[in-house]
Every structure is written in structure tokens, then in C-alpha cells.
Design a protein around this ligand. Structure first.
Ligand code: ADE
Length: 232
């Protein structure tokens, strides 16, 4: 997979894409990145990318010109399967099914905004898919892009050593993950559940499934609503 990022702050991505699972995926050739500075597509001497909103209102708005020119230039250098994503709190909420869908694309272009918002024509005129990382506002699309990149890259074949570890995580199959324990068996009087030491694999599997369902019911009943998993 190739991931392009259009941003005013390309430097914030370097430590992230060089570290841990994403860093190893880059080294293994599973994913590659291209970062583009939006200001390179400005045409005035101040290299401005934003302007005051028509009819007034708070803050500045990202202008169309640099974003359109940059997106068109990047797209011309990409294959036809490029998926353009605009990070915005108004977008479709990022979920594990959406992350899986994005992980199956060959090429992504993540467009990060800053300032108070975008000119509406950036949303409507560029064929973008709008994605939000949650119902809160961060100062720019960069932190949202980092979240999206992390979630997507770890699903790429080979990115995690152990494929089974993806399937059993929270939000896979619509449930939160069951509780996990490691040594010691007793820590400050808190014991590891007996079943996990029993060696009875069927019993362990049943316990884990029951715990996952119980935990999901207690913490995130919304996940068990109509379109959630089938709970026996
Ligand atoms: N930019 C600002 N807030 C955001 C959010 N919640 N998701 C994606 N992009 C954003």
C-alpha cells in the first residue's frame, strides 16, 4: 500500500512512521509514504492557504486553490485506484469495518486540514471520502491521519507477526476483547482466573467469549444493537 499525506505539517509524521509496527511495515516494504507540503501549491508571495469566511464568522477557512492543485498533482502521479480521504469531524466515523475496507485499497491520499475549516467546495468538488476519528475536535487533520494510518497499516498482511492477534482484538467481530493476564499468577492478592490455568482449551474459549460479551454489554451496549454480532 502507498499512503500520500497532504499537510501543512509534514514533519510531525516522521517519528511516527519510523517507529514500532508502522516503522517495521515500512522497512518490510509493506507500506510506503509520501508527504506533500500544501504550501508548495500556493501562488502568492505569502504562501497563504487560508482566508476569511464570506459573510463573516470565526476563524480562517482553507482555500480551494492550493488544495485542488495539490490533490490533482498527486493524483496524476498515482494509479487510478487512489482513494481520497478528507479528515474532518463532519465525516463518517472511523470504525474497524471502515479500517478493514481502507486496508484493502492500493493507494490512499489523506488530506489534512487546519484552521477552522475548509471551503465547502473542497468537500464537494474533489471526490473525497470524509472521515472523522470520533465525536470531538482536534486542532488539525494530522493527529486524525496518524490514527487512521496506524489502524490501517497494522491490518496489512505481514504487518503484525501474529495474524491471530488481529482477529481477537477489541472491535473485531463487534465485541470488546476478553480480559488478558500474564505472570505472576497472584499480584498483590489479585489472582488470575482459575480457568486460564486449567489447560482446558474449550473451557477457556467459552470463558473468553462469555467475558467478551459481558464486557461489551456493560461498557458498550451500543455495539450489541441490531447490526452488532450474533450473541448466542
Ligand atoms: N479534524 C478535527 N477534528 C477531527 C476529527 N474528529 N476527525 C478527523 N479530522 C478532524
Amino acid at each position: 500500500m502507498r499512503i500520500h499525506v497532504l499537510t501543512l505539517f509534514p514533519e510531525v509524521f516522521a517519528p511516527f512512521v519510523e517507529t514500532s509496527i508502522v516503522g517495521r511495515a515500512v522497512e518490510a516494504g509493506i507500506v510506503s509514504f509520501g508527504f506533500t507540503q500544501l504550501r508548495e501549491y500556493t501562488e502568492d508571495k505569502h504562501r497563504s492557504v487560508d482566508d476569511r469566511p464570506f459573510a463573516g464568522g470565526a476563524g480562517m477557512v482553507l482555500t480551494c486553490g492550493p488544495v485542488f492543485r495539490a490533490v490533482e498533482d498527486i493524483s496524476a502521479r498515482c494509479g487510478p485506484g487512489l482513494t481520497r480521504i478528507l479528515l474532518t469531524p463532519q465525516g463518517e466515523r472511523l470504525s474497524q469495518p471502515l479500517v478493514w475496507e481502507l486496508s484493502r485499497q492500493d493507494e490512499l491520499l489523506l488530506i489534512c486540514g487546519h484552521y477552522e475549516g475548509f471551503d465547502e467546495r473542497i468537500r464537494t468538488g474533489l471526490g473525497v471520502r470524509e472521515v472523522s476519528i470520533g465525536d470531538y475536535v482536534v486542532s488539525g487533520g494530522e493527529s486524525a491521519a496518524v490514527v487512521l494510518i496506524d489502524a490501517v497499516v497494522r491490518l496489512l498482511p505481514g504487518a503484525l507477526g501474529d495474524a491471530a492477534s488481529v482477529e481477537e482484538e477489541s472491535h473485531e467481530g463487534g465485541l470488546l476483547e476478553y480480559p488478558q493476564y500474564t505472570r505472576p499468577r497472584v499480584f498483590r492478592g489479585m489472582e488470575v482466573p482459575e480457568v486460564l490455568i486449567s489447560g482446558d482449551h474449550a473451557k477457556i474459549e467459552a470463558w473468553r467469549r462469555a467475558q467478551a460479551i459481558e464486557r461489551t454489554q456493560a461498557r458498550r451496549p451500543d455495539l450489541l444493537a441490531d447490526d452488532g454480532p450474533v450473541v448466542e
